[in-house]
Design a protein around this ligand. Structure first.
Ligand code: GA4
Length: 324
């Protein structure tokens, strides 16, 4: 990443008037091994569209192996990493996010979970990397399925796999992303807030994020204020995506979030975005309508995804699909 090796941040976005980071203690924590998990999940999805999960069942070994391999990849010379890019949309990318001019203090690997990627370009031991990514993804997909079933149970809707079947489908259009935010020493000096990954909502159904212990993630509350999420390398953070907001007819909230760069420590996060098959109709579940009108026009995931790729990161993408 050229600009990262020669630290100059003039081309990036800053957040003005950002309060000094105070960590929020209001973020809901769900223990997946406890019987109240389903109730807490529904409450968290309604209020925040976001919660933290403990006792998630993903082996710590799978997590740390992936972290080690990813760090090895990102520590290679730029010329080597660029063999895996540019992202179209998959592959290695740096600074530039999407196709429409968004930039951030970040480099990343973006992978489609169904596509056979040319792993030979991913670092020095591509076969090892492929195995580690696959085993991590299958554990995280299992957790996604468990959480989506708990959501259905908590919402008292049948069958309990209404949501989970979409991400478990062989055709599921899920995406996996590893983001690396190098420390930005300039920030440590002047105390500014530099955007690592600009504010946005995730278009899919559900996102499961795990990061190292470096702060940076913030979520937006209903009143538009931002709170910082205390990092926790042994837990997962779950986001409601736009598609789940639609399927629950707005009852669950697709959470707006962003990442700020850190002046001292680099941040590494890995995110699994669980999406439906391309042909899937995304519409409110009849059992959740209770005589109410749908807030959204009908669309397929293919249509939504296409419109997503034509948008800027911060756009309100669901706005085009709302019924007026
Ligand atoms: C946000 C969630 C996922 O990271 C992602 C992103 C995608 C990309 O990086 O190519 C998008 C963004 C995300 C939404 C708007 C468009 C597309 C960048 C962008 C500006 C992989 C996804 O599915 O949508």
């Amino acid at each position: 990443m050229v600009l990262l090796s020669k630290p100059t941040t003039e081309h990036y976005s800053y957040i003005k008037n950002c309060m000094p980071t105070t960590f929020s203690s209001t973020i809901p924590i769900v223990d997946l091994s406890k019987p109240d998990a389903k109730t807490l999940i529904v409450k968290a999805c309604e209020e925040f569209g976001f919660f933290k999960v403990i006792n998630h069942g993903v082996p710590m070994e799978a997590i740390s192996q992936l972290e080690t391999e990813a760090l090895k990849f990102f520590s290679m010379p730029l010329i080597e990493k660029e063999k895996a890019g540019p992202p179209k949309p998959f592959g290695y990318g740096s600074k530039s996010i999407g196709r429409n001019g968004d930039v951030g203090w970040v480099e990343y690997l973006l992978l489609n979970t169904n596509q056979e990627h040319n792993f030979s370009v991913f670092g020095k031991n591509p076969e090892k990397f492929r195995c580690i990514v696959n085993s991590y993804m299958s554990s995280v997909r299992k957790m996604a399925c468990e959480i989506l079933e708990l959501m259905a149970e908590g919402l008292k809707i049948q069958p309990k796999n209404v949501f989970s079947k979409l991400v478990m489908d062989k055709q599921s259009d899920s995406v996996f992303r590893v983001n690396h935010y190098p420390a930005c020493p300039e920030l440590a000096v002047n105390g500014q807030n530099l955007i690592g990954f600009g504010e946005h909502t995730d278009p899919q159904i559900i996102s499961l994020l795990r990061s190292n212990n470096t702060s940076g993630l913030q979520i937006s509350l209903r009143d538009g204020s931002w709170i910082s999420v205390p990092p926790d390398h042994s837990s997962f953070f779950i986001n409601v995506g736009d598609s789940l907001q639609v399927m629950t007819n707005g009852r669950f909230r697709s959470v707006r979030h962003r990442v700020l760069a850190n002046g001292f420590k680099s941040r590494l996060s890995m995110i699994y975005f669980g999406g439906p098959p391309l042909s899937e109709k995304i519409a409110p579940l009849p059992s959740l309508m209770k005589g109410k009108e749908s807030l959204y026009k009908e669309f397929t995931w293919f249509e939504y995804k296409n419109s997503t790729y034509g948008s800027r990161l911060a756009d309100n993408r669901l706005g085009h699909f709302e019924r007026i």
